[in-house]
Design a protein around this ligand. Structure first.
Ligand code: ATP
Ligand code: MG
Length: 235
């Protein structure tokens, strides 16, 4: 379980997070939506300590993330972002084992990780530029899983993909979440994707949570005016 309690952050006086409290129980798939600049990325980044909050507390499985050394913490949290950041001069396999190697741990089973994300073993020796955009994102997901992390933070992981590839990958990620019993917080700009995939949709605006509801509740227009405006479901 992941828990933010009263988390606040400003950058040079600009409020990014204005006291966010959010409980994500183990096993839940949460979609985090909201306008550009509403604080979505900042919120994710406080969990793996890429951003230090100025007040509030973040707990992973009941323990304050601030007390665990950041490298240890990050092994327990898979982080997938839009520009996946594969090393172009390393093969797919080398990219996948890199986090474990950096941590001085035995190499994970690359074939097994590739199979998890539905990639053929043949891609292992290739360079990332010899893969499609969707395949590269799948490698990014495999790498996020390579340390055995059971919490996945995804920041617009499919933003750069065409709609068909995007749908296929989104469905695959949800299936993986269910199969491995992961806990997932995924930022997306796509409300339809959020409603289809997530157990729960959390809406941020100006660094505050303005709606937090199950997709069915949002679709029924029962989650408040701000949420209704964002959902804007055609009737
Ligand atoms: P987007 O949908 O465009 O990715 P977001 O919801 O992820 O937006 P954040 O990136 O969390 O928004 O940014 C929230 C606010 O904090 C914005 O005003 C942004 O300009 C500011 N901000 C974020 N990171 C930094 C930084 N490293 N330095 C200065 N300001 C920052
Ligand atoms: Mg962002």
């Amino acid at each position: 379980a992941l828990r933010w309690a009263g988390v606040a952050k400003r950058f040079d006086g600009v409020v990014a997070l204005d006291g966010v409290s959010l409980d994500v129980p183990a096993g839940q798939f949460v979609a985090l939506v909201g306008p550009s600049g509403s604080g979505k990325s900042t919120l994710l980044r406080t969990a793996n300590r890429l951003v230090e909050p100025e007040s509030g507390r973040i707990e992973l499985d009941g323990a304050d993330v601030a007390v665990e050394p950041a490298p240890l913490l990050r092994r327990r949290i898979g982080y997938v972002f839009q520009e996946i950041g594969l090393f172009p001069h390393l093969s797919v396999a080398e990219n996948i084992v890199l986090p474990a190697r950096v941590a001085g741990r035995s190499a994970p089973d690359v074939a097994e990780l590739l199979a998890l994300v539905d990639l053929p073993a043949e891609v292992a020796p290739r360079r990332p530029d010899a893969l499609s955009g969707g395949q590269r994102q799948r490698v990014g997901v495999a790498r996020a899983l390579s340390t055995g992390a059971r919490l996945m933070l995804m920041d617009e992981p499919f933003g750069a993909l065409d709609p068909v590839t995007r749908d296929a990958l989104a469905t695959a990620v949800r299936a993986l979440h269910d199969r491995l019993g992961l806990t997932t917080v995924m930022v997306t700009h796509d409300m339809a994707e959020a409603l289809l995939l997530a157990d729960r949709v959390v809406v941020l605006a100006k660094g505050r949570i303005v709606a937090d509801a199950a997709p069915a509740t949002l679709l029924a227009g029962e989650a408040g005016a701000e949420a209704a405006a964002l959902v804007a479901v055609p009737r």
